[in-house]
Design a protein around this ligand. Structure first.
Ligand code: KG4
Ligand code: ZN
Length: 343
């Protein structure tokens, strides 16, 4: 079965073709980062318009790379939510129009389920069950995953998401958007002893997170110095203090989640999963505490069409009736993951 995946929930347009027999056939992606950079964040209306411009050329590129004809597609999976309403509407309407034109069934996919299952696209995928840490720009959640559609929320952020904390702190340091990769690179040059920033909820005895205080701590340091007086080395030191604090909390909660569930496999998903300091700390903890960590391929950490095609294919493998042929569509900008249960 060949599934076309369409992702457009935020600022990346992603198209992909996944074959349940042969694996990922091809994928193509356009990131709008450069377009949103001058505004310091994603401008929803611009995002929607750009998805319209990019989707069809990316589809043509994907079909060509995979050497697949439109008639060979068996089903079309698209991100139905959560995300920006306008952006989601673009991908959903394109996917449903294609379905109608090609006479193929369509299926709305949950964006976070795509992230959650993305490590299964790697060459050495984890077996179920596992604990998953979902760390993206909009979400920070620890889940127990027993299979496709079998997710139990173990803990989540009470305020900012980890990616949001990276982006907001980077902005305070005058770095561009999105700030995650920039603050991570800068931290490599920082002195870990210069700023000891708070580790929110490290000892909270549950699996929840809170990151808004950490961002405020960065703001306080910058203000106390006077923004104009923060030299490059100081910026690197603050970046280092921030990264060390957030990584400490994420790793400690992952270890606690493994302990609580008795599981030995940890999966990291979402954009912050690309962070090199987080990966190094998790690898060190895994060796010490004897568990195994699985990461998606770097290109599938951030938003992409491959994870949507894959999640759609997994759902259809379990329940072929999940796809529809009515082609009416609505989007779900807010959509709790635990509503996805397959029983
Ligand atoms: O999963 P994703 O592409 O989009 C959402 O669904 O939110 O995640 C984007 C987030 C952004 O906040 C970005 O700053 C962060 O992931 N990110 C990183 C890194 N690469 C992306 N954060 C820290 N270090 C990175 N290397
Ligand atoms: Zn995402």
């Amino acid at each position: 079965m060949i599934v076309l995946g369409v992702e457009s929930s935020c600022d990346e347009t992603g198209l992909a073709l996944y074959d349940t027999g042969r694996g990922l056939l091809a994928h193509a992606l356009h990131s709008q980062v450069a377009m949103h950079e001058e505004y310091g964040g994603v401008v929803p209306e611009l995002a929607s318009r750009d998805h319209i411009r990019r989707a069809i050329p990316l589809l043509q590129e994907t079909l060509k790379r995979a050497d697949v004809a439109p008639a060979d597609i068996d089903a079309i999976a698209y991100t139905q939510g959560p995300g920006l309403a306008g952006a989601l509407l673009v991908g959903s309407s394109i996917a449903c129009s294609l379905g109608l034109a090609l006479d193929k069934p369509v299926l709305g996919v949950h964006h976070l389920e795509g992230h959650l299952l993305s490590p299964l696209l790697a060459s050495d995928p984890p077996e179920f069950p596992f604990v998953a840490l979902l760390v993206s720009g909009g979400h920070t959640q620890l889940m127990r995953v027993d299979g496709v559609g079998q997710y139990e929320l173990l803990g989540e952020t009470l305020d900012d998401a980890a990616g949001e904390a990276f982006d907001k702190s980077a902005k305070l340091l005058g770095l561009g958007y999105p700030g995650g990769p920039a603050i991570s690179r800068l931290a490599e040059f920082g002195d870990p002893a210069a700023y000891k920033l708070p580790r929110p909820m490290l000892h909270s005895k549950d699996l929840n997170f809170s990151f808004s205080g950490l961002k405020t701590a960065v703001l306080t340091v910058v203000k106390n110095q006077g923004a104009a007086n923060v030299c490059e080395q100081d910026k690197a030191n603050i970046a280092r203090g921030f990264v060390d604090a957030i990584v400490d909390v994420l790793v400690a909660k992952c270890v606690a989640a493994l302990k609580q569930t008795g599981l030995k496999r940890l999966v990291i998903a979402g954009g912050v999963g690309a962070n090199s300091q987080l990966r190094a700390a998790l690898n060190a903890a895994a060796e010490k505490k004897r568990f195994r960590v699985y990461y998606p391929e770097l290109e599938f950490c951030t938003d992409n069409g491959a994870m949507i095609a894959f999640a759609g294919a997994m759902r259809l493998s379990i329940n072929p009736q999940a796809a529809r042929r009515d082609y009416a569509f609505n989007v779900r900008p807010r959509w709790p993951l635990d509503e996805l249960k397959i029983v």
